[in-house]
Design a protein around this ligand. Structure first.
Ligand code: R5P
Length: 301
């Protein structure tokens, strides 16, 4: 019997299989369902005693996922788990990192407190760090951040000849500049002004020298898609080739992928941090490499 037991709470079976095929970790069974009144029912069906529990749960639609996740984590502990860690390939509640208006919740800090109280460690992929510079500024538990940039670089280098990387806002510079450096590709970073959840304007890129390149729009996440749709509009007006959109986390709120394609994108490519038909970059090798360092036996805990 392996010392480590893995539960998958999201629907990302491909990612689960990709990680488990590389490591000596047993897959556990948990039943999660809802009562007719909407309350969550959780039943742990595997032996947790003296074992290190790893829970895979990407945190899209976090409000619906979080309570069953907490029930599972606490139940595993009640059943004798030695430790309980969380793999959240997409980590939610990272963007409200400041009280922009009087009375607002700084939900990134609160959410971090809630997770830190439940888990012994957290492993995630490219969290949206902006005003907080590291996860440790927010979380009170050991955190490991996997950077998808090397995987994005490999994809772009292999699949997109003559790429011009474009970051739609200053926050994207960290990803765009890393990829540009690794792949030796030209890049530009635009300025974005956000006026509401679905209202953004993006500055006009410099296009005159790039008519024979393929624009590659890089962002850490696609939510409503408005950031990319605005940028695609500028590229189209300038007569550039149809851009390819590459993002770590494809949330695609309100069918954003359909609207981005309708706006003129040639293709959308995401990692499998969230299951979606645009997934083309596999995170399993990176997660499998990082995961053992989080387990207590490796941390000397
Ligand atoms: C924010 O700064 C992020 O990096 C993304 O640019 C943003 O979340 C994308 O949101 P949307 O797709 O709704 O424009």
């Amino acid at each position: 019997m392996s010392d480590s037991l893995w539960f998958t709470v999201d629907n990302n079976i491909e990612l689960q299989q990709g990680v488990l095929s590389r490591l000596d970790i047993e897959l556990g069974n948990v039943l999660i369902r809802h009562f007719p009144d909407g309350e969550s029912y959780v039943r742990v069906e595997s032996d947790c005693r003296d074992r290190d529990i790893i829970i895979q749960c990407t945190l899209t639609e976090p409000d619906a996922r979080i309570l069953p996740l907490f029930f599972l984590a606490d139940t595993a502990r009640e059943l004798g788990a030695r430790s309980v860690g969380l793999i959240a390939p997409y980590l939610a509640y990272m963007r409200q990192d400041k009280r922009f208006q009087v009375g607002e919740s700084v939900s990134s800090r609160l959410f971090a407190q809630y997770l830190s109280a439940r888990f012994d460690w957290l492993l995630t992929v490219d969290p949206h760090l902006h005003r907080f510079h590291t996860l440790e500024d927010l979380y009170g538990i050991p955190c490991r951040v996997i950077h998808a940039a090397p995987a994005l670089t490999s994809y772009i280098a292999q699949a997109i000849p003559n790429a011009l990387l474009i970051g739609p806002d200053s926050e994207s510079e960290q990803w765009v500049s890393a990829i540009a450096k690794m792949g030796d590709m030209p890049y530009q970073v635009l300025q974005k002004e956000r006026r509401g959840d679905r209202e953004v304007s993006v500055s006009i890129p410099e296009t005159s020298r790039w008519k024979h390149h393929t624009p590659v729009l890089i962002d850490d996440m696609i939510s409503t898609g408005q950031t990319l749709i605005e940028t695609i509009g500028h590229l189209k007006s300038a007569g550039l080739n149809a851009p390819i959109c590459v993002s770590v986390h494809g949330l695609f709120s309100e069918s954003a992928d359909v609207r981005i394609m309708a706006a003129g994108a040639a293709r959308i490519v995401t990692t499998n941090s969230i299951v979606h038909r645009t997934n083309a970059i596999d995170l399993a090798p990176l997660i499998a490499e990082a995961l053992p360092t989080m387990l207590p036996v490796h941390r000397g805990a």
